[in-house]
Write a protein that binds this ligand. Structure first.
Ligand code: GLY
Length: 381
């Protein structure tokens, strides 16, 4: 890269960072310590704190606090974390998303402020997460029953790769290897049963929860069992790369690269994926900008973990994605839109939150920029 290109790059990254910080400060005045999920008609709908998305707004606030030093971001992030206490003991309302929720709140807070309360909360969350491990199938159970009498004790999902960092953190923090052993066992199951030879992944795999035998793959939030849900692919890229970061086991690195190559090979011109990479003719090809920003963070981590000879292509791919999100998907100066990044797709098969900003898309966009600016504060690591 020439010096001139370097300067241009620094230019857009800093511009995008400032735009994100300004917008977060503005929307924070209304959202406060709420838990935004999808911005419908320009306004973020606020969810109950038990919903899996509860960590992303505070996580973004912690990133912005770290990058700007502005106390207002920290105050709101701490307020969100305190509000999460009301669900920390509600077993039936908590599922495997404990990792998403407490990594971006309590682990983040402990890391940036040294808070002992935050450390205790995160250890408690890690214990609940470890308690979901199925010994026969070597997987973390995804959900509790959604309806009376439903048996989903054998369901595991690709998203859970991103919950493993809470277990790696808990082992490091407590000196007890069991959390990490569980994370490694779960990720070995991901390698065996979720990642396909071409680098695409299943969203859901159903096991027999008594014997541990694999029963079948399911479509979930993707179009079909054998299709390729783009956000699930992004969860796999980043989650596998994180498992390599935490364990040094090359099979996680190799799988992360394989899934990344598949993801990159499927991108349209503007580097932002459709919601599923294998859609038949006639099915709406909405974008999922959240898959793009999450994958970009995973690609930047891969770039940090592979040799210099390979790193450049992962880093450039991530930069292309993030710059496209900033220039083509950002809605920076519109007071009638709270979302930072437009055109996310939450759950197409159920018709939920299609073609709207999503808080996790916004979060990973800000994390991606923080990475490009050289932050040390990546809470999953
Ligand atoms: N973890 C749920 C989703 O990605 O929509």
């Amino acid at each position: 890269m020439t010096d001139e290109q370097d300067v241009r790059k620094a230019g857009w990254v800093n511009e995008a960072w400032q735009a994100a910080a300004d917008k977060a400060a503005r929307i924070g005045e209304r959202i406060g310590t709420g838990f935004p999920h999808a911005s419908v008609n320009g306004e973020y709908a606020l969810e109950d704190p038990h919903w899996w998305t509860a960590g992303f707004w505070p996580g973004m606030l912690w990133q912005l606090y770290e990058g700007t030093g502005e106390e207002r971001f920290r105050t709101l992030a701490e307020g969100c974390e305190e509000r999460l206490d009301q669900v920390l003991h509600q077993y039936e309302r908590l599922d495997h998303d404990l990792g998403f929720m407490w990594t971006l709140t309590s682990v983040a807070s402990h890391r940036l402020t040294g808070s002992e309360n935050s450390r205790r909360r995160a250890l408690q969350a890690a214990n609940y997460l470890a308690g979901r491990f199925n010994l026969s199938g070597r997987f973390i159970r995804a959900w509790n029953p959604w309806s009376e009498g439903e048996d989903n004790s054998g369901i595991a999902i690709i998203d859970c790769c991103m919950n493993m960092p809470l277990l790696y953190w808990a082992s490091r923090e407590s000196g007890d290897p069991r959390y990490r052993q569980i994370a490694v066992a779960h990720m070995e199951t991901v390698l065996e049963h979720f990642v396909r030879p071409d680098g695409s992944v299943y969203h859901i795999v159903q096991f027999d929860s008594a014997t541990g035998e694999r029963i079948r793959g399911l479509g979930g939030q993707g179009f079909a069992a054998e299709s390729a849900w783009s956000r699930g692919t992004a969860w796999a890229i980043y989650g596998l790369a994180l498992s390599y970061h935490h364990t040094g086991q090359p099979r996680f690195r190799d799988a992360a690269k394989r899934v990344a190559h598949y993801f990159l090979s499927q991108l349209p011109e503007d580097s932002v994926p459709h919601w599923d990479f294998r859609l038949p003719e006639g099915v709406a090809k909405h974008r999922d900008s959240s898959a793009a920003s999450c994958a970009a963070c995973g690609l930047l981590l891969i770039a940090d973990l592979v040799g210099e000879r390979e790193a450049g292509s992962y880093r450039r791919a991530a930069e292309r994605i993030l710059e496209s999100l900033y220039r083509n998907y950002g809605d920076w100066d519109n007071p009638k839109q709270e979302g930072l990044i437009l055109h996310g797709t939450d759950h197409f098969p159920e018709g939920r939150n299609i073609d709207v900003p999503l808080i996790y898309g916004d979060y990973f966009f800000v994390e991606g920029l923080a990475r490009l600016r050289g932050t040390e504060a990546i809470f999953w690591q």
